[in-house]
Design a protein around this ligand. Structure first.
Ligand SMILES: [Zn+2]
Length: 449
């Protein structure tokens, strides 16, 4: 068994170094960070390639061949992924400067500590362990470190799928966006993420008759828009139980006592879901559960008017909209139009929705999932592995439609503060890094042996 405590210190040092590359996206400028990673992986004896997708932007590939005579071909590799860009930080609010990579109080602090230079550092240290003392493996390992995830991945994972798909082809991929320990009552679970929702933001445009604010009339664009938003909020798209969410809720329920067991299962029944939502005592969790069972529409931006005394001819709203796996913007747009029609608003308010589709879930019974479950049982036998779905998106949304089953799995015990992701004082504990390294090392070895 490798010395995981020492490996975690190693990962913390590397993470600190990675955080010091300011890869705030926009503008990203990930190339220097990727060149550093390329040198590090090359020093481990891996074959590497760095592709520039735009000036100062790029994607790094590394390849570790199988080390057993009965080697599997390259397209049966395991792909380890990560993105090196981060979202902006407001340094004035941080305890330590966000790009200092300070190691203090048992944590590595900085932008990217949890999203997601931590996994990039873990993959490098894991490969170092494999190169130094790992068992012979049948399966090759590929590594892909990307730019641009935080802005949609068009110059990152999306660019690689478009230009170098055959090089990244793999039996399965491990990525961010799952793996955390969640607790319900006395029971805790670790998640893995085979599916995520897709973004399909749209605009509502209301038109009315302009005029002087001192003479109100009944064709005010602002009021049409307000009615349309209210109508969409009240209508609520119907309950849709997808396979990963059904499996998640059922496996959680299996380990709960009554009345929680029945309450959870009620979420899956169209006639009982509303009541279950009302009775569920954990506010944050119930909103998340609700979002996992519905296509959602959330108004997020409004624009109208120029002066207090002018009735505008037009008012616009942008709505965040998230599609469940397998859904398209066309079906959602149809639903929105139906709601507007039912409220007599269809002639006053139009919908502008760019085409979008949500890729189907990766299989829940993939051998890689079994490897994750076995690895987790070894280190945390009392906490079952359950699937989950992301309400947001990751680079996995590029790989799944390209035919690469992708799973979010960064196993971190309770206590990591995910609310700091994209916020202030983002940090990851060194104890968390050690646990993740152990479980991921065993997962990789189990799947690749
Ligand atoms: Zn991320």
């Amino acid at each position: 068994m490798p010395d995981f405590a020492a490996a975690a210190k190693d990962a913390a040092q590397l993470l600190s170094r990675l955080i010091q590359f300011d890869t705030t996206n926009p503008p990203g400028q990930e190339l220097a960070c990727l060149q550093f990673l390329q040198n590090t992986l090359r020093d481990l004896g891996l074959e590497t390639r760095l592709y520039e997708s735009a000036e100062g932007r790029g994607n790094l590939l590394a390849f570790r061949p199988a080390t057993r005579p009965d080697a599997l071909p390259s397209d049966k590799a395991l792909l380890l992924m990560g993105h090196v860009d981060v979202v902006p930080a407001e340094p004035q609010y941080w305890t330590y400067p966000p790009f200092s990579g300070t190691i203090a109080d048992g944590y590595v602090w900085g932008r990217g500590a949890l999203d997601m230079k931590h996994l990039v550092a873990i993959w490098v240290v894991l490969l170092k362990l494999l190169q130094r003392e790992g068992p012979p493996l049948r399966r090759p390992i590929k590594v892909m470190f990307n730019a641009d995830e935080e802005a949609g991945g068009h110059l990152g994972a999306g660019w690689m799928v478009e230009h170098h798909l055959e090089e990244i082809r793999a039996a399965a991929a491990l990525n961010e966006g799952g793996g955390e320990e969640i607790r319900l009552g006395s029971r805790s679970y670790f998640t893995y993420q085979p599916a995520e929702k897709a973004s399909a933001a749209f605009e509502l445009v209301a038109r009315g008759t302009p005029g002087h604010g001192s003479v109100p009339h009944d064709d005010n664009a602002l009021l049409w828009l307000a009615r349309a938003l209210e109508a969409l909020a009240t209508a609520q798209p119907p309950l849709v139980v997808t396979e990963p969410v059904r499996a998640m809720v059922e496996s959680m329920a299996r380990h709960q006592e009554e009345p929680m067991k029945s309450l959870l299962l009620d979420f899956l029944k169209p006639e009982k879901a509303h009541d279950a939502f009302r009775r569920f005592q954990l506010p944050q969790q119930r909103w998340t559960l609700w979002a996992l069972l519905h296509n959602t529409v959330t108004p997020t931006m409004l624009t109208a008017g120029s002066r207090p005394n002018v009735i505008p001819s037009e008012a616009r709203a942008v709505c965040d909209c998230r599609l469940l796996p397998g859904e398209t913007s066309a079906s959602m747009e149809h639903w929105i139009r139906e709601v507007l029609r039912a409220h007599g608003l269809h002639e006053k308010v139009t919908v502008k929705m760019p085409p979008a589709a949500s890729s189907p879930s990766s299989p829940l019974d993939h051998p890689l999932v079994e490897s994750m479950a076995r690895a987790l049982r070894r280190h945390r036998p009392e906490s079952p592995l359950i699937p989950t779905m992301l309400t947001g998106g990751t680079d996995g949304s590029w790989l799944r439609p390209a035919g690469i089953p992708t799973y979010g799995f960064v196993p971190l015990p309770e206590g990591e503060e995910y609310e700091r992701v994209h916020g202030i004082d983002e940090r990851v504990s060194i104890g968390g890094l050690e646990f993740a390294l152990k479980v991921l090392y065993d997962t990789v070895v189990d799947f690749c042996r």
